[in-house]
Design a protein around this ligand. Structure first.
Ligand code: KE4
Length: 437
């Protein structure tokens, strides 16, 4: 399997773009080697510029739940394209997409469309602080909510809660009002509120985490999140940029029966075009300019192409309701991968919810970042490259989730599990990463 054209393309890109990529998640930093450049997607498959075809389990990091080039999405885009790509003025399509989101997620009474998940979370935090008049935001180690300055933090040293910047350019002042706690740690959450309660504006949490690998919030943790925020007058923000419309049409909150005050969305609601959204209680959302005074704006927010792709995607999900089928196919994949690894005596555990999952290379169930951080990332890298050699494109990091789409078939899953069986025999012996040059 030659990837010469990708290598030439990457050398060119590195002369033009920092690291040769427009997002570090694509840089293969977690698995070594060079990123693969793609020419096109077809359903469950990606074809690279050297003509190699892969079963795609990245799906653009979540948006492509209908697979690449779904006919209804393509048709909607073609129609919108001929009417104009952006007006900087309101269109009915924005209300159509807003209505679909509000109908799907009962906790969202009003919603604002933006251009990315980062914009959604950044705006939701500003709104929570504006609504409550309080400064502190609580997040969890291993949680990723986009590149929002105040959330680019690592757990600080003192009391394991004070945050410290984890990126150059993020100032101490920016992170001073951020607390970082352990995911699934009820005691730490309750202790933080006992100490800082009246100063906490909001807790932002992925109800199904996807950025330390796939890790579910436990029942006790989910109940504590809702109870302790309500008791102290803080807002609960569910970051469902990844889990929204992914694990269920109503997102993780529909499955967990927890009603957050605000929800952030992205990925699937744009159908592969740039869309983010934040929404929730009407009494909170009414504080957003121009209804209220909390500033937020965006040139391309709700633009005709992105809303067309999002509407087509959500309508297809609403009308076809593929979630049971996705669950069954995901079960075959999760069980198949775990069985293949255990047959090769490779310590592993699966983090999994609906059509997103992670095979962790550690046999302890992963409940938080501290456990996730102990995974054997070198073994993951060998697994990743072995699967690439067999035409399977997995997330290029142990700390990402893989995604299935309605375009994936049982045959695709059987091919994937068969490839994994071969690779695990290789990986088990700890051989060098079989990545090509
Ligand atoms: P974007 O700004 O990338 O659209 O969304 C940020 C974001 C917010 N919240 C959650 C839960 C997310 O998973 C993300 C983005 N996810 C990563 C993948 N783990 C995007 C990949 C990338 O950054 O290229």
């Amino acid at each position: 399997m030659s990837r010469e054209k990708s290598q030439v393309a990457f050398a060119r890109a590195r002369q033009l773009i920092p690291g040769g990529v427009n997002s570090p998640a694509r840089a293969f930093g977690g698995v070594g080697g060079e990123p693969i450049f793609f020419d096109r997607g077809q359903g469950a498959y990606l074809i690279d510029i050297d003509g190699n075809r892969y079963i795609d389990y990245v799906g653009s990091w979540g948006p492509m739940i209908l697979g690449h080039c779904h006919p209804k999405v393509v048709e909607a885009l073609e129609t919108a394209l001929r009417r104009g790509t952006s007006f900087g003025a309101p269109t009915e399509a924005e209300s159509d997409l807003a209505e679909l989101i509000i109908e799907a997620v009962p906790s969202i009474e009003k919603v604002r469309l933006v251009n990315s998940g980062t914009e959604a979370t950044m705006s939701a935090l500003r709104l929570a602080r504006g609504f409550t008049g309080r400064p502190i935001i609580v997040k969890f180690a291993g949680g990723y909510h986009g590149h929002v300055d105040s959330l680019l933090v690592a757990a600080g040293s003192s009391a394991a809660t004070l945050a410290v910047p984890n990126s150059p350019g993020v100032t101490e002042g920016t992170t001073r009002d951020t607390l970082v706690l352990r995911y699934n740690d009820v005691e730490a959450l309750e202790a933080a509120f006992a100490e800082h309660g009246r100063q906490i504006a909001a807790v932002i949490v992925e109800p199904v985490a996807g950025n330390m690998g796939c890790v579910k919030a436990s029942l006790d943790f989910r109940e504590a999140l809702r109870d302790v925020t309500r008791a102290h007058g803080a807002l609960l923000i569910f970051d469902e940029v990844m889990s929204g419309f992914r694990v269920a049409y109503g997102g993780a909150q529909a499955l967990f029966g927890v009603t957050p005050d605000l929800t952030t969305l992205g990925k699937i609601i744009g159908g592969g075009l740039p869309v983010g959204a934040y929404g929730g209680r009407a009494d909170v959302m009414e504080h957003v300019l121009p209804a209220g005074k909390v500033f937020q704006a965006g040139t391309l927010s709700g633009n005709p192409l992105a809303t067309a792709a999002g509407i087509a995607t959500l309508k297809e999900l609403r009308d076809s309701n593929p979630y049971e089928d996705l669950q069954q196919l995901s079960t075959r994949l999760a069980v198949g991968l775990e069985e293949a690894a255990k047959a090769a005596d490779i310590p592993c555990s699966i983090g999994w919810m609906g059509a997103m999952m992670t095979l962790f290379f550690d046999n302890r169930p992963v409940t938080d970042w501290d456990v996730a951080a102990r995974c054997d990332t070198g073994r993951y890298a060998r697994y990743f490259w072995g699967m690439i050699q067999r035409g399977v494109y997995l997330p290029c990091s142990q700390y990402e989730a893989l995604f299935l789409s309605t375009a994936h078939t049982e045959a695709d899953v059987e091919t994937t599990v068969a490839a994994a069986r071969e690779v695990f025999q290789q990986v088990a012996v700890g051989g060098p990463s079989p990545k090509s040059g």
